[in-house]
Design a protein around this ligand. Structure first.
Ligand SMILES: *[C@@H]1O[C@H](CO)[C@@H](O)[C@H](O)[C@H]1NC(C)=O
Ligand SMILES: *[C@@H]1O[C@H](CO)[C@@H](O)[C@H](O)[C@H]1NC(C)=O
Ligand SMILES: *[C@@H]1O[C@H](CO)[C@@H](O)[C@H](O)[C@H]1NC(C)=O
Length: 510
């Protein structure tokens, strides 16, 4: 309970009294609050630094090249960083940035590009960025919506984009092509599609239908997903709920039984439980599949390094063999278990999620920069001699030493804090942010680095992915920010659910 101090003292006539007053928050709590506020402000400062550099050197292109102060157009040249930054700018209350981005979105022509379009990347960054901006500005951030036409335009442009992309689903099974030529309505000739890129569309395309009243987008994405929920043949589901990595476009059958939570598979599992959060009535089956997958993961994929049995990582599995390696991308897993655990009231999932979060923290706090690597192993038979010490002490050795501004570890700290309320996770998120700010920051923004276990991160990569704005800045900020409607809640109290790019979309029936 919080009572403003001066008001409550005065109201009760206790000003100047020496009587111990039960509602006054202790000094230590007030101190912690102002430190937390200062941390949220420091993340806002970092966001603004990156935004200013992007505007100066790269806008309206897709991303800043933060070392050379140039720009790139890796996401079809529609201004990916601007669209990806929208929901973070809204949540931080940056009215001028929001206004710039809304103007920008009104000028995008999604029917034009000179390069191949990824259905997955376009959905999670552009489509979700616009839908989230719309949900926030029509809802709890309505005070930032100065021009209502520009807000309405977010939904019009979302529909335009959906209409440009929807031909992708025109295959024998309804499992889409991922790599598209939108000019010729062609594709790259693939015969299969990956698990994550197939299974990470359904939230955005369903939201598009629910907001526009045109059911086509939801139906297309749910038909594709239906093959993932009922995997055929049985070799495509080696453990209950855990499925293979590739699906045939002609008939929707799995071509393998390679199982993991790593990149390529990851957000398929993430969206199963998030669809249930989005609408428990329609997506109950998705939840059942997530529960099966979560239980099988605890039973079959959890793994503890021989040198650090206190740590938990997830292995992968194929054809009777386990592979003892993992990735930065995989570290969303703790957050997924924590979300599912709180929503379903399953303490065993919450506990396991916290173990995964601890493992990911270990990959951060064991390196020289205090940032975790892109990938690592704990296979005792393959430890390189140069990394024996690291493996002995930290429980893993590095197999790819880069850090390219990925968010997943901070993302899981965020869920851990929101679900448990424990300040430990805020401290870990702050340590990560300070390390990223110290190692990756340039004069115009933030750069990936080549070696998290070398002084100053080795060398800098000349690229700033748009997910720096959408994800790293958002989760780093939200964990220290005040409660708000868009924050992740415990139990069944969520009004928003975050897509895999950290864009919050409003759940149904709130
Ligand atoms: C898309 O198809 C058009 C028309 O066939 C062709 O001119 C263009 O080069 C293709 N674009 C890409 C990125 O392949
Ligand atoms: C480093 O990570 C380990 C494993 O999660 C954790 O127990 C420890 O508290 C962390 N150290 C610091 C200084 O945060
Ligand atoms: C981030 O880096 C900038 C530039 O070095 C510095 O001024 C700022 O204090 C840093 N923020 C934090 C929280 O370390």
């Amino acid at each position: 309970m919080r009572v403003p101090v001066s008001l409550s003292l005065a109201a009760l006539g206790l000003v100047g009294s020496t009587v111990a007053f039960p509602f006054v928050e202790p000094e230590a709590v007030l101190q912690r609050k102002s430190e937390t506020q200062a941390k949220a402000d420091a993340v806002k400062e970092a966001f603004q630094h990156a935004w200013d550099g992007y505007m100066k050197y790269a806008y309206p292109h897709d991303e800043l090249h933060p070392v050379s102060n140039g720009y790139g157009d890796s996401r079809n040249g529609w201004g990916a960083s601007a669209v990806d930054a929208l929901s973070t700018a809204i949540i931080m209350g940056k009215a001028d940035v929001v206004s710039t981005i809304l103007d920008h979105v009104s000028q995008i022509d999604y029917s034009q590009t000179s390069s191949e379009v990824s259905l997955f990347e376009t959905t999670i960054r552009y489509l979700a960025g616009m839908l989230s901006g719309y949900d926030l500005l029509k809802g709890p951030a309505a005070n930032l919506a100065q021009d209502s036409d520009l807000v309405d335009n977010l939904l019009i442009q979302s529909k335009n984009l959906g209409d440009v992309l929807k031909f992708a689903f025109d295959t024998g099974s309804g499992v889409p092509y991922n790599n598209l030529n939108i000019t010729s309505q062609g594709n790259d000739g693939a015969t299969t599609n990956g698990l994550a890129v197939t299974g990470t569309l359904v939230l955005e395309w369903t939201r598009l239908s629910d907001l526009t009243g045109d059911s086509e987008y939801a139906e297309l994405s749910q038909k594709a997903e239906s093959h993932l929920l009922d995997p055929q043949p049985s070799s495509g589901e080696p453990f209950p709920g855990l499925v293979g990595s590739n699906i045939r476009l002609d008939n929707g059958e799995f071509t393998d039984g390679h199982v993991s939570w790593d990149g390529g598979d990851d957000s398929f599992y993430e969206y199963l439980i998030k669809m249930y959060v989005y609408d428990p009535k329609r997506f109950d089956t998705y939840k059942d599949r997530w529960v099966l997958a979560a239980e099988s993961t605890i039973n079959h994929l959890q793994s503890h390094p021989a040198t650090r049995s206190d740590l938990t990582f997830l292995s992968s599995y194929n054809n009777g063999k386990y592979y003892l390696n993992s990735q930065h991308l995989t570290c969303f897993d703790g957050g997924s278990f924590l979300l599912g655990g709180t929503v379903l009231g399953r303490q065993d999932f919450i506990d396991f999620g916290l173990q995964l979060v601890n493992g990911c923290e270990a990959t951060y706090n064991s390196t020289l920069t205090k940032i975790g690597p892109e990938s690592w192993s704990w296979d005792p038979n393959n430890v390189p001699s140069s990394q024996k010490d690291l493996y002995e002490k930290a429980g893993f050795y590095i197999t790819s030493s880069a850090y390219i501004l990925r968010p997943e570890v901070v993302e899981s700290f965020y869920y851990a804090y929101r679900v448990t309320g424990s300040e430990v996770y805020r401290d870990w998120a702050w340590n990560a942010f300070v390390a990223i700010n110290a190692t990756c920051r340039t004069d115009s923004g933030f750069a990936g680095v080549s070696n998290v276990n070398a002084k100053n991160g080795g060398s800098k990569y000349d690229n700033q992915e748009s997910f720096l704005f959408a994800e790293v800045m958002k989760y780093s900020y939200l964990i220290h920010a005040e409660d708000a409607e868009w924050q992740v809640k415990t139990g069944d109290k969520n009004s928003f659910v975050f897509n895999t790019e950290a864009h919050p979309v409003r759940v149904m029936h709130t």
